[in-house]
Design a protein around this ligand. Structure first.
Ligand SMILES: Nc1ncnc2c1ncn2[C@@H]1O[C@H](COP(=O)(O)OP(=O)(O)OP(=O)(O)O)[C@@H](O)[C@H]1O
Length: 248
């Protein structure tokens, strides 16, 4: 286990271009063309603005903020799905990202085959994959469906499988985005138990959620995102109190 897992985000800004074509009808476009004008240029939008943070092993970080504050964008930037427009992201340690449930699954193949496929993508070795297969089937309780193509799975089943695969072998850095929307109560309870026991002093959890109770239970540090910037970063209770009183 890497005792030196670390996430370092330094001066990160990320720009999206917002296309506004949907507000321009074909008739309006023709009128613009006849007048020798062009459709409006895409608007620039900064989803992250000069974000800096450092997360070290042993930290369980909850990210809170209003809708559109930049929480998911920050996670995707840490996972290198988005390239920052400015700034740098450095990650030391193996990352298990759970950003969009089922995003890594192949719909036509079975749950069991997806365990192998996803596990291989996460970098697990063959002996680890065999252990994971047993462990995942046991954790999910999905013996009866494990050889069914995952396109027939419900959202809850996708979630169980993805969570079980990502956490089967203790990852050094676990990154979760709103994981529990749509899961059944029993699974949510078991997943929370696993997450609580998952983080020890040699790993990192980064967790986006609107469920402040869950964040309070699982995290020892909270980052409050507001309009693409960090509004507050500190101990869970302090930041949550401010967020709940001054935020949203
Ligand atoms: N691929 C994209 N292209 C353009 N804009 C985007 C894209 N992804 C996100 N955005 C915009 O960036 C902003 C931040 O989005 P993000 O999903 O990071 O917010 P969030 O804090 O996770 O919100 P929520 O709590 O609603 O999930 C939003 O205004 C969103 O519309």
């Amino acid at each position: 286990m890497n005792e030196l897992s670390e996430i370092n985000v330094e001066g990160v800004s990320l720009e999206f271009k917002l296309y506004q074509d949907k507000h321009t009808s074909i008739k309006e476009k023709f009128a613009l063309m006849l007048r020798g004008q062009h459709s409006p240029q895409p608007k620039q939008f900064w989803a992250l603005k000069d974000v800096s943070l450092n997360i070290v092993h042993g930290e369980r970080v909850g990210i809170v903020g209003h809708n559109g504050a930049g929480k998911s964008t920050l996670l995707k930037t840490i996972c290198r799905i988005y390239e920052p427009t400015f700034g740098t992201v450095r990650v030391a340690g193996k990352v298990a990202p759970l950003l969009e449930i089922g995003a890594g699954f192949q719909p036509e193949i079975s749950g069991r085959e997806n365990i192998y496929l996803n596990g291989a993508i996460l970098g697990y070795t063959r002996p680890q994959l065999e252990k994971i297969e047993r462990e995942v089937i046991e954790f999910t309780g999905m013996q009866d469906f494990i050889d069914t193509p995952v396109k027939y799975y419900s959202t809850g089943m996708y979630m169980k499988l993805a969570f079980a695969i990502a956490t089967a072998v203790h990852p050094e850095i676990l990154i979760l985005d709103e994981l529990f929307a749509g899961g059944d109560a029993e699974f949510i309870a078991r997943a929370q138990e696993r997450m609580a026991s998952f983080v020890d002093n040699s790993s990192i959890l980064v967790f986006v959620s609107h469920q402040t109770d869950l964040i309070r239970r699982l995290c020892n540090r909270v980052i409050w995102m507001d309009h693409g910037q960090i509004r507050e970063d500190g101990p869970t209770e302090q930041v949550l109190t401010n967020y709940l009183h001054k935020g949203e």
